[in-house]
Write a protein that binds this ligand. Structure first.
Ligand code: ATP
Ligand code: MG
Length: 250
């Protein structure tokens, strides 16, 4: 069965897009067939994967709104990608009145399930309809979370949204886990928050080992490559591989 994993947190800049690309790459290295879906009008994932969003004729927008086939760009770092661009911001409004709108993404990816072991969805930083259709399409939810007090506070809102979806449109949505990101264990506040995250969230799902804060992530994306290609020996690569190993066991 295909694991469809939504990387979601309504907080901005927590590392969702970076993780989507790097976990996808790690899964690919473990011989899994991986499709990445960019559901964010900002198109960070599309850019990180080396595709210029503005030039694109077809994006995930055409699939969600016009019910066209997925415009798949094949074999970028040996992964497949469905890109996004700014047109997708219009979908938020256009979907307001659409029939069965919650199912738009789920139904669009159904025909592709036999081709992939993993579909990773990079959600936008909002609780709007694009995140909702992603969470309805997903089998699992993976939550990147920063070890800062403000970020931690936002998890209540996130958990409420998930609870609502589980009661209505996606009863089977499961947690794949929480990934503390951009972690700097030398600062007292971050290590305190990390302890609090473990204590409060581990009853719900796995809290993975933190991804360290490192400029190498930004350097790798600037070069449009996964960290494991840019710096194979970087300590975060080992952590990414451990997380992807757990994802395979879902
Ligand atoms: N572990 C890390 N250490 C340091 N910087 C990181 C790390 N992970 C990601 N970054 C950088 O932080 C910035 C935000 O990352 P990213 O775009 O992946 O977050 P996001 O959650 O997808 O953001 P948005 O909410 O805007 O979609 C990027 O510049 C990225 O290179
Ligand atoms: Mg992003």
């Amino acid at each position: 069965m295909t694991s469809i994993i939504a990387l979601f947190n309504q907080s901005g800049g927590v590392g969702k897009s970076t993780l989507t690309m790097n976990l996808g790459y790690s899964l690919m290295k473990k011989k899994k067939k991986v499709l990445l879906l960019d559901l964010d009008p900002q198109a960070s994932l599309t850019t990180f994967m080396g595709i210029e969003p503005y030039d694109l004729e077809k994006t995930i927008y055409n699939t969600i709104i016009d019910e066209e086939d997925l415009p798949i760009h094949r074999q970028i770092h040996l992964m497949d990608l469905v890109p996004s661009n700014i047109n997708l911001s219009g979908a938020e409004i256009e979907l307001v009145s659409a029939l069965m709108r919650e199912l738009r993404l789920k139904e669009a990816i159904d025909p592709y399930l036999s081709k992939y072991d993993f579909i990773l969805i990079d959600c936008p930083p909002s609780l709007g309809i694009l995140s909702i259709i992603s969470l309805v399409a997903a089998t699992h939810l993976l939550v990147p979370i920063q070890c800062q007090f403000k970020a931690f506070q936002g998890t209540d809102l996130l958990l409420n949204t998930v609870a609502r979806l589980r009661k209505s449109v996606n009863k089977n949505l499961a947690f794949a886990g929480f990934i503390p990101t951009m972690y700097d264990g030398r600062t007292a506040q971050e290590s305190r928050t990390y302890e609090a995250i473990k204590e409060q969230l581990s009853p719900l799902a796995t809290v993975f080992e933190p991804i360290p804060r490192s400029i190498a992530f930004a350097d790798a994306t600037e070069k449009r490559v996964p960290l494991a290609v840019y710096k194979p020996k970087h300590p975060a690569v080992k952590i990414l591989n451990q997380i992807s190993q757990q994802l395979i066991k879902l």
